[in-house]
Design a protein around this ligand. Sequence first.
Ligand code: GTP
Ligand code: MG
Length: 302
Amino acid sequence: MVRFAQLVMGPAGSGKSTYCDMIYKHCEVIKRSVKVVNLDPAAEYFQYPLAADIRDLIQLDDVMDDDSLHFGPNGGLLFCMEYFSKNFEWLLEQLDEDSDDDYVLFDCPGQIELYTHLPIMKQLVEQLERWNFRTVGVFLLDAQFLIDTPKYFSGVLAALSVMVTLEISHVNIMTKIDLLSKSDQDNLDKELRYLPPELKIKKLVLGYLEPDVNLLSQNTETARYKKRFFKLNSVLARIIEDYSLVKFHPLNYNDEDSINDALMMIDNIMQYGEEQEVKEPKELDRDEDEDDDLDKHEPYDD
Ligand SMILES: Nc1nc2c(ncn2[C@@H]2O[C@H](COP(=O)(O)OP(=O)(O)OP(=O)(O)O)[C@@H](O)[C@H]2O)c(=O)[nH]1
Ligand SMILES: [Mg+2]
């Protein structure tokens, strides 16, 4: 029995819960069953029904109010996640053990250190593997990161860090595309065209956004980085290029096709549908050509 999981990660406010809601609603429309699990002990409100909620296991408020612990919100959250990592069997109890078509979205907390150097998420990944889950990491980044090179650089490095830490299949998604100006969105839609210079990225023909390492490491008079950082930036840019995994798939939450494309891309990576019959999204009126195109959109370079 194979099960499937998306670990939905990304910086605070990048749109993780919105993404889960969007996929959940989309799957309702196409009559496909997905479960959403909240792993954020600090979360307060959800638009979708939760299959499991970490707050039933441990409450951030309780941890912060505990006189012997004296945690603030961030330390408290890490304490909660550590507690969770010692009680993974709680999660298994929440998920229906008999279900053979589980497809679970894990709405994760936004604290980036959870993915970069703390062992908790890696332990979760290993546990999911033991429970027969095929897991893909879905890393979300706000499109506002596109309009500022240092910001974009740090976002790309965070994504890279998650990839190498978790060692699972990985997809990067650029959220809040709708908040870009009309002209920026138009530029995004034009294949193989460079975005305006201030965006400092290029769009590839496959529909992914890929950092332009030359722009990231440039050392012009106007570049914000001081000269002494040039070498460091060049080396980091080379690492990003060498991995060639850091590409971003733009996702517009107002566009049903965009949501469907993202879901199909992730399904392909997990080989979802090989064991079970997937209900075709008839309601969405998609044509065959689009499906063919998606097959070419493998996010990994060999
Ligand atoms: N316009 C627009 N707003 C979005 C999009 N995605 C998320 N938002 C908004 O961005 C804010 C943060 O979104 P969340 O989904 O709560 O982000 P999150 O990553 O779950 O945040 P944390 O759990 O606090 O880390 C909310 O006000 C959302 O409505 C999007 O694609 N477009
Ligand atoms: Mg959230």
